[in-house]
Design a binder for this molecule. Sequence first.
Ligand code: DC
Length: 237
Amino acid sequence: MQIPDGGGAFRGLIITIDGPAGAGKSTIARRLAARFGLLNIDSGAMYRAVALWALREGVSLEDEARLEELARRAEIRLENNPPRILLNGEDVSEAIRAPEISEAASRISALPRVRRALVEKQRRLGERGGVVMEGRDIGSVVFPDAPLKIYLDASLRVRAERRLAELRQKGSDVSFEEVEREMRQRDLRDSTRADSPLVCPPGAVVVDSTNLTPEEVEEAIVALVRRLEAHGKEVSP
Ligand code: DC
C-alpha cells in the first residue's frame, strides 16, 4: 500500500474517530486532515474495497479463507487530494458506495481473518503518525494508544436523514424508512459481532453530532487538539 507522506507540525499525531454509520466521521476526518496537514485514512473504504472485489470475483461472503486472501492481496491506495480510493490500480471511489457494497462490507467485516488482514494494513499506514483514521475499531483495536480518540455519535434518525440526503443527491429515490431500516441493521451487526464490535473505546472523548453542524464538531475536536498540544499528553473524556 502506498501513501503520500503526511507532514507539518502534527507529523506524529494520530487521531482516531470511531462511531456508527452517518455520525459524520468522514466529513470531520477530512476537515481535520486539511486543518492539521494529516493523512486521512478511511478504514471503512478498505472493507468496502475488499467487499467489491469479492462480489466481482463471485467469492461467497461466507468463504472466510478466500476473503482473507483477497484482503491480503488487495492493493489499496488511499489518496487525499482529491479524495480517491484505488483498488489494484482502479479508481473504485464511486463503486464502493453502492448500497449492496455497504451490506457486503458490513458482512465481511464480521470475519476475524478479514479484520486481521486489514488491521495489519491500517497499522502500517498509521505507524509513522500524522494521520486521522476513522472506522469502527480504530481507537479500540488498531491504535488503542493514540493520543486523541474520538467517539462520534448521533441519533439514528439524524444519521438516516444525512445518509438519505447523500443518496438523493446522487439521484437515488430510496425512502427514508428504507435507509433507516438498513442503517439500524448495519448498526446492530457492527456493534454485536464477536470480533472488534463497534464500541466507545476506553479513553475516547464522546462527541454527539446530533445537533451540531460540521463546523461545530470540527471546532470541538480542534479544541481537544489544542489541549493536547498544550499539555503534551493524552486527551481523556
Ligand atoms: O464506515 P463505512 O460505512 O464505510 O464502513 C463499511 C463497513 O465496514 C461497516 O459496516 C463497518 C465496517 N468497518 C469495520 O468493521 N471496521 C472499521 N474500522 C471500518 C469499517
